[in-house]
Design a protein around this ligand. Sequence first.
Ligand code: PM9
Length: 482
Amino acid sequence: MRHRSWAEPWKIKVVEPIRMTTRAERERHIREAGFNTFLIKSEDVYIDLLTDSGTSAMSDRQWAGMMMGDEAYAGSRNYYNLERSVREIYGYEELIPTHQGRGAEHLLSKLLIKPGDHVPGNMYFTTTRLHQELAGGTFHDVIIDEAHDPASEHPFKGNVDLKKLDALVQQVGADKVPYICVAVTVNLAGGQPVSLANLRAVAEYCRPRGIKVMLDATRAVENSWFIQQREPEMRDRTVAEILRMTCDLTDGATMSGKKDSLVNIGGWLGLRDSAIAAKAQNLVVVYEGLHTYGGLAGRDLEAMAIGIRESVEEEYIRSRIGQVYYLGERLQEAGVPIVTPIGGHAVFLDAAAMLPHIPRDQFPAQALAAALYVESGVRAMERGAVSAGRDPVTGENRYPKLELVRLTIPRRVYTQAHMDVVTESVISLFEDRKLVHGLRFAYEPEYLRFFQARFEPVGAPVVLESGAHAGASVDRHFVLNS
Ligand code: PM9
């Protein structure tokens, strides 16, 4: 059959202008930002691939819903609409809204973890692990080894290694393991999915031992699409059915609605156990707001209630991940080292493979993200040693096997032409990669350092001297001296 192109199942109604800067301007901006892309002003970014969190374009239905916000302090109708969406689509009876995902992680960690407990998970996530540690727990990575290998083609690189989980439980005792957190997909492994068979095996292992299974459902819709594509017996199931089957295996979930649910703000904690839910409803008023708004306006609750339903439409999810694949495949064709298989929300550049001349303690991924911005105005994010932070006991830097730069695709925001520009920008940087130099900390905050840290160049020059790039009119010869 002849190949037929696909297109997004929407057309554009409102546009937001973006502006290309000159290379000299970007050189100044990155320096002022301490070589941290989080500290660059959004108006100085051309194509913003920092994150897929809260960056989605909402639909006309969602915007219409925003006008139906019931801003009563208590019992807003939008809360009940959200409750209905979560019950029908995710299947959790008990809903505690929070301002975003980490609000739910905070509540869950405080409720279930006692000091001295151990919490296994399929690779760490920054905010998740921090809340577990702040509650007195110790995180243990029980993901399969393939997840730490950027070149492994394992179709479900997010899977839990049951042997690692069992070894931990044997070592510390099941009574010290309140729950396992299973993230679907696994962000820091490259947006890699977990199979339904694996999650079922985890649940079967945990249930008789009294260990709860908590889902990080942040990108569970995207995970469901991968299950549909890659798990043969799931081929004829809808994404919505697979999502529900996934959640049915778990005791609860934390959710950042800012990703899958196509909203700019919002999250929730979903539970089945009404006794734990009552405690969570009590705790949410301490940290977020009343249990029927959880730190959100009524209009935000409504946008999320609608976004949840839109997120499981087959044509939408196909085009969403299709766009990520479009970018990833163009980069692969050009020989740029990326994490494989391509993930659900982002293409991850393998900075360690691209910049072998930069030692790990000079943060190659941080340097690469800074260089990409200078090269092209494309903003990406470091996902390597800077994100991993320091070990809370030894104070030493943690060096995960993966040292990555994440090109994160916002949902329904950019076109294929933007992806082409990003492709050209990365290829151009790849050709000049030897000109990228390392960084060291100039300022290192205590918590989640990647957000606010500042860096300075090690030696000189730092980033690029030359190279073709998207802003063809700008000066192609510059040096950033330390
Ligand atoms: N993820 C991301 O860009 C935003 C903050 S970190 C730069 O990937 C998972 C799997 C996430 C996540 C946020 C959260 C926290 C929990 N789990 O940002 O608090 O990817 O809504 O969610 C980000 P909130």
